[in-house]
Design a protein around this ligand. Structure first.
Ligand SMILES: [Zn+2]
Length: 171
C-alpha cells in the first residue's frame, strides 16, 4: 500500500519521464498514449459509470463516459492511469469506476478495505498528475483564487479546492 507521499512521487516521476511540460494543464490522454494505452469514449449500460481501465495481455484500454464533460473526463483518465501505475503493474486486471470511487478522498488513518484504499490511491495519483505540486505553488502566486486555478488546470472546482487545501494554501 502506497502512502500519499509515495504516490505523489510516482506521478511526478511519470511526468518527468515522459517529458510533460509542467507549465499549463497536463493532458492525461497524452500521458496515457505515451504509456502505450488507448483512450476511448464509451456509452455504458450503467450511466453511473464514469470510466474503466482494462489491462489485457497485449493492450490496455481506458474507456470514459462519452456524456461526461471534458473536465470530468480528464479526471477520470488520470484516475484510471493511477490504477494502471499503482495497481496493474503486476498483470492483467480491470477497474470499473462509479461516482463513489471518485469521492474516496479521506486519508486512510483508520483501517478500511483494500478496494476503497485503491480508489483513494487512484484519486491521489490523479490529483498529483493533473495538479503537479510545483506547478500549483507557482500558479497560486499569480492566480491566487480557487476558481481561477480550477480554470487554469482544467479540473473541477472541488478537485482544485481539495488540492489547494492539501497543499496548505487555503485558510
Ligand atoms: Zn478507480
Amino acid at each position: 500500500m502506497a502512502t500519499r507521499k509515495a504516490i505523489e512521487e510516482e506521478a511526478s516521476a511519470l511526468l518527468s519521464r515522459i517529458g510533460v511540460d509542467s507549465a499549463g494543464p497536463v493532458d492525461p490522454v497524452a500521458v496515457a498514449n505515451e504509456l502505450g494505452l488507448k483512450v476511448f469514449n464509451a456509452t455504458f449500460d450503467d450511466e453511473g459509470i464514469h470510466g474503466l481501465i482494462a489491462k489485457r495481455p497485449t493492450n490496455t484500454s481506458i474507456f470514459v463516459n462519452v456524456n461526461d464533460k471534458p473536465v470530468r473526463k480528464r479526471f477520470t483518465v488520470a484516475h484510471e492511469l493511477g490504477h494502471f501505475v499503482l495497481h496493474l503493474a503486476a498483470g492483467e486486471g480491470e477497474f470499473i469506476d462509479t461516482q463513489d470511487n471518485f469521492r474516496t478522498v479521506q486519508d486512510p488513518d483508520t483501517p478500511w478495505d483494500d478496494t476503497r484504499r485503491a480508489e483513494w490511491e487512484a484519486n491521489v495519483f490523479a490529483a498529483a498528475l493533473l495538479m503537479p505540486r510545483e506547478a500549483v505553488l507557482r500558479a497560486w502566486k499569480e492566480i491566487g483564487d480557487p476558481d481561477g486555478m480550477a480554470a487554469y488546470f482544467q479540473v473541477s472546482r472541488q478537485a482544485m479546492a481539495l488540492r489547494l487545501d492539501g497543499l496548505g494554501l487555503l485558510e
